[in-house]
Design a protein around this ligand. Structure first.
Ligand SMILES: Cc1cc2nc3c(=O)[nH]c(=O)nc-3n(C[C@H](O)[C@H](O)[C@H](O)COP(=O)(O)OP(=O)(O)OC[C@H]3O[C@@H](n4cnc5c(N)ncnc54)[C@H](O)[C@@H]3O)c2cc1C
Length: 381
C-alpha cells in the first residue's frame, strides 16, 4: 500500500467489519455507543501502524456523524446499522475546488424540480473515503446566504454521480481522498439530511465536533509510532561501542519526545472526555489538535535528526511519519471567519462556543447551531 501508492480497497472493509466504525453509533443501531474517547483510542491505535487507515476510520466517523446528528428516523434505521457492521462506508463531501475551506463560497447546487426531487450539480474534492464510500453526504447550495446550504445522502450507484480524479498525494498512501462529481444527479427529497438550509450545520458539526478530535487522534497515533521506533532504533544502534541510548544528548532528545507525547495524549483524551460528557470544549478541541499535530511534527523532525541518514531510508518509516503528519493540517475556515461576512449574515458569535450540549434546532437569531454530543445509549426518538 505504501509503496504502490494506490487506494486500498480491501483493508478498509476488513477494519470496518471489526465494528470499529460503530464506536460512536448508539447500541440501538448496532454500534458500540462508546463515544469520542473510545473513538480516539481506536483511531490512535490504527494510526500507530498506518496513518492512512487511521485517516480512513476518521473520515468514516465524519460520515457517521451527519446521520447520527441530522438523519431522520428512517435514515438512521437504514444507514447506522450498515455503518456499524462495516457493510457500508460513508463520506462527507463539503470542499469544492473553487471555494476550498470557505464553505459558504461553494459553487455546487441542488435545485428542487416539479416532482419534489433534488437535482444535484457540482464537484467536490479532497473527500475522505471518496473512492471507497457507499454513501456520500454532500453539501450543496439550495439558496442564498448561510441558510442556503443543504445536505444530501447520495448512494454511490445513483445515476448522475461519478467518481473523479483519485489524486496523487505525498502521504497517507492507501487512503482515498479524491474527487466526486454530480451531474444532474437526481435524489428524492427523502435523501435530504436534516432540513433544507441546515447544510452549514452539517458541515461544521463534522469538521468541529468530529474532525478536530479525529485528526488529533491520527496525529497522536503517528507520534506514538515516532517515539516507539526512535527509542528502539537508539537501543539497537551501537556507536563508540555503546547503544545510542547511552549518549546523554540523545537521551535528552528522547526524553523531550516522550514528554511531548505524554502532553499531547493528555490534551487529546481530555478534550474527547469533555465532549463525551457534554461540557464546553471548543478551546480544548482546538488546543488538542494544535498540540498533537505540532508536537508530532516536532518529534518526527527530532527522530530524523537522531536517525540521520537512516531516517531517510524507507525501511525506517520516519520519512513516512513526517509526510503523513503534514496531511493533518488543512481544515475548513472556522465559523468565526469572514466566511460569514461574505454571505452577509451575522458571524457565529462565541457566545455558545464550546457549549456542545446545544440542540440542532435553529436559533432565534438564525445563527448556525451545533448538535449535542453523542449520547452513548441514545434511543431512537
Ligand atoms: C487528508 C485530508 C482529508 C480531507 N477530508 C475531507 C473530507 O472528508 N471532506 C471534505 O469536504 N473535505 C476534506 N478535506 C479538505 C479540507 O477540509 C480542505 O483542505 C480545507 O477545508 C482547506 O481547503 P483548501 O485546501 O482548498 O484551502 P483554501 O481554502 O484554498 O485555503 C488556502 C489558504 O487560505 C487560508 N484561508 C482560507 N480562508 C481563510 C480565512 N477566512 N482567513 C484566513 N485565512 C484563510 C487557509 O488557512 C489556507 O492557508 C480534506 C483534506 C485533507 C488534506
Amino acid at each position: 500500500m505504501e509503496e504502490e501508492r494506490t487506494i486500498e480497497y480491501k483493508l478498509p472493509r476488513t477494519i470496518a467489519e471489526q465494528g470499529w466504525i460503530g464506536v460512536t453509533i448508539p447500541r440501538v443501531y448496532g454500534g458500540m455507543g462508546m463515544g469520542h474517547l473510545a473513538k480516539t483510542i481506536i483511531i490512535e491505535e490504527l494510526s500507530r501502524v498506518s496513518a492512512a487507515m487511521g485517516a480512513m476510520v476518521q473520515a468514516s466517523q465524519l460520515g457517521v456523524a451527519k446521520v447520527i446528528h441530522f438523519g431522520s428516523a428512517q435514515q438512521k434505521r437504514h444507514w447506522l446499522p450498515r455503518f456499524a457492521s462495516g457493510e457500508s462506508l460513508p463520506t462527507i463531501a463539503v470542499t469544492d475546488p473553487v471555494s476550498g475551506g470557505h464553505v459558504l463560497g461553494m459553487a455546487g447546487t441542488a435545485r428542487r424540480d416539479d416532482n419534489g426531487d433534488y437535482i444535484l450539480n457540482g464537484r467536490k474534492w479532497f473527500v475522505g473515503n471518496s473512492h471507497i464510500g457507499d454513501v456520500h453526504g454532500v453539501v450543496l447550495r439550495t439558496g442564498e446566504g448561510s441558510r442556503g446550504l443543504s445536505a444530501f445522502l447520495v448512494e454511490s450507484d445513483r445515476p448522475g454521480f461519478h467518481l473523479g480524479d483519485a489524486g496523487t498525494y505525498g502521504g497517507l498512501h492507501g487512503f482515498s481522498f479524491g474527487e466526486l462529481l454530480f451531474e444532474d444527479c437526481r435524489v428524492p427529497a427523502a435523501n435530504l439530511l436534516g432540513e433544507e438550509g441546515q447544510g452549514l450545520d452539517v458541515a461544521y458539526s463534522s469538521s468541529v465536533l468530529y474532525g478536530r478530535p479525529n485528526l488529533t487522534a491520527v496525529a497522536l497515533g503517528i507520534h506514538q509510532a515516532v517515539v516507539q521506533d526512535t527509542v528502539r532504533f537508539c537501543k539497537n544502534r551501537v556507536l563508540y561501542g555503546k547503544p545510542m541510548t547511552d549518549m546523554p544528548t540523545i537521551n535528552l532528545k528522547l526524553g523531550e519526545m516522550q514528554s511531548r507525547l505524554m502532553t499531547a495524549q493528555l490534551t487529546a483524551y481530555h478534550a474527547a472526555h469533555q465532549l463525551d460528557t457534554g461540557q464546553p470544549c471548543d478551546a480544548e478541541l482546538m488546543n488538542a489538535k494544535l498540540v498533537n499535530t505540532e508536537y508530532a511534527l516536532e518529534s518526527a523532525r527530532d527522530a530524523m535528526h537522531i536517525l540521520a541518514g537512516r531516517g531517510l531510508q524507507i525501511s525506517h518509516s520516519i520519512e513516512r511519519y513526517l509526510r503523513d503528519t503534514l496531511h493533518l493540517f488543512p481544515q475548513p475556515a472556522p465559523p468565526t471567519s469572514n466566511a460569514y461576512d461574505s454571505a452577509r449574515s451575522p458571524p457565529a458569535a462565541t457566545a455558545d462556543s464550546g457549549r456542545h450540549a446545544s440542540t440542532t434546532n435553529a436559533r432565534p437569531d438564525n445563527r448556525p447551531t451545533r448538535p449535542r454530543p453523542t449520547c452513548p445509549n441514545e434511543r431512537e426518538a
